[in-house]
Design a protein around this ligand. Structure first.
Ligand code: UDX
Length: 457
């Protein structure tokens, strides 16, 4: 099948490279000429495990190409729209998708089957479909949401739990619709269960899945707070809960709160959409405020352990990205933690293995612009590595679960620190090693000694 991908961002590149790997002829389009030139020599603008290899494979066997002009995708069987959905204020908005679909619809040489893969607020695709029908009645719209996590996007694409296809005018037997059948063919090698439905249901499956997972993380965070207060071991609690197959262990790890380009914007937007429809959603309304209060809860725990406010403390902040394995800092809880520490008067020395310069710029910008909570704060200082960040620190805060943080040489780090406290916001610290080095590990609100009884399996 000849497939055009519109937008060579994160989702577009993964989709293009994986579909080429499945044997399709894929042309990936982007308006950024410099990006296209780099992509043509296999130089990727995003960090994603396994993606470089797939792009290189597609470029060398001729299944994948990059282009800057719509003319390059004339004759493709379908166009998959993967353009961004965040506005300049990082809020979720479908305007770029709408404009892209309109551009495609206006040119009859371009594919008449337009598949939107970008995430949409439920109801958007139906209105885009109505608009395009008015431009050209032969255009068909489908929505095929992605469920790929950053840092495991290639694996998620190639082994999906399900494939969801929403189509504009479902036939009585939706599986028999020509557009739905073309998409079934496109994904045939993946052998995953397929849900074929209408556009708004497909949009809702995507967003409800993300917001549900965001709620699950938030529930785990609140259970961690309760566990810290009652003396339970939060890790044992979520492990024990997760063994119930109705619950499952994934997305039940407490931490500093969720971040990224999807969960935060969708957790805020879905309750707003409900309100616009006059629907009450008290459970959904609570997710985002609870999520952002997690940073303060972790810092309160640090202050309790230290017996003093963080003002004037030098705090080593390890990890800035929103999770490990990515250089993405969007809505990172680590940045929220850094800003909250700065706002309370701490001096922050930060380290991140992939995104230090950009992360520091975000902390500095919040401080200099007087962002909410960070008014009057000093900018943060960058460190060459974990050990350098910890030198002279009164406390260490682990904000991202980078694997190397499990193996920190606490025996070497501890003597260089001014204080003794390690706040482990991701349950990654080797607590026995850190404790043996004379440090006090506060793992999600609980002092490490309390975790000694843990055994699962
Ligand atoms: C998400 C969805 O998972 C994916 O299906 C969608 O298509 C894009 O958005 P992503 O943003 O890459 O993927 O991140 P994800 O791995 O889902 O994690 C989101 C946030 O939740 C991260 O900040 C992560 O650290 C946090 N999280 C996740 C936890 O705090 N605890 C957990 O148990 C799981």
């Amino acid at each position: 099948m000849r497939i055009a991908i519109v937008g060579a961002g994160y989702v577009g590149l993964v989709t293009a490279a994986c579909l080429a790997h499945l044997g399709h002829r894929v042309t990936c389009l982007d308006i950024d000429a410099a990006r296209v030139a780099r992509l043509r020599i296999g130089d990727l603008p995003v960090h994603e495990p396994g993606l470089d290899e797939l792009v290189a494979e597609g470029l060398s066997n001729g299944h994948l190409d990059f282009a800057g002009e719509y003319a390059a995708i004339a004759g493709s069987d379908l166009a998959i729209v993967c353009v961004g959905t965040l506005d300049p204020a990082e809020e979720w908005d479908g305007e770029v998708v709408r404009a892209t679909v309109r551009d495609l619809a206006h040119d009859p040489r371009l594919p008449r089957w337009i598949v939107i893969r970008s995430t949409l607020l439920p109801g958007t695709a139906r209105s885009i479909a109505a608009e395009t029908r008015a431009i050209d009645g032969s255009v068909r719209i489908a929505h095929n949401p992605e469920f790929t996590r950053e840092a495991s996007a290639v694996a998620d694409f190639l082994a999906p739990d399900r494939i969801v296809i929403g189509i504009d005018a479902p036939a009585a037997d939706a599986g028999g619709d020509s557009l739905a059948m073309a998409l079934r063919d496109a994904y045939a090698p993946l052998d995953a269960p397929m849900v074929v439905t209408d556009l708004t249901s497909a949009e809702t499956i995507k967003v409800a899945s993300n917001v549900f997972l965001a709620a699950k993380v938030t529930f785990a965070n609140e259970i961690a707070r309760l566990a810290a207060a009652t003396g339970a071991d939060a890790q044992a609690v979520v492990d024990g809960m997760g063994l119930d197959t109705r619950i499952g262990r994934s997305f039940l790890s407490p931490g500093p709160g969720f971040g990224g380009s999807c969960f935060p914007s969708q957790a805020r937007a879905l309750p707003l959409l409900a309100r616009r429809h006059g629907v009450q959603t008290p459970l959904m309304d609570a997710i985002w405020p609870s999520n952002v209060s997690q940073a303060d809860w972790l810092i309160d725990g640090l202050e309790r352990a230290a017996g003093r406010p963080v003002a004037g403390m030098r705090v080593a902040l390890l990890g800035l990205t929103f999770k490990a394995g990515t250089d993405d800092l969007r809505e990172s809880p680590a940045i929220r933690l850094g800003q909250a520490l700065q706002a309370r008067g701490a001096d922050v020395a930060a380290y991140d293995p992939l995104a230090l310069a950009a992360g520091l710029a975000m902390l500095d910008a919040a401080a200099s612009e007087g962002a909410e909570g960070a008014e009057g704060a000093e900018g943060a200082e960058g460190a060459e590595g974990e050990a350098a960040a910890c030198r002279g620190a009164d406390a260490v805060v682990i904000a991202t679960e980078w694997p190397q943080f499990r193996y920190l040489d606490w025996a070497a780090i501890a003597p260089t620190m001014r204080g003794r406290i390690v706040v482990d916001g991701r349950a990654v610290v080797d607590a026995p090693a850190a404790t043996a080095a004379g440090l006090r590990v506060i793992a999600l609100g609980v002092e490490a000694a309390g975790a000694a009884l843990r055994a699962v399996g």
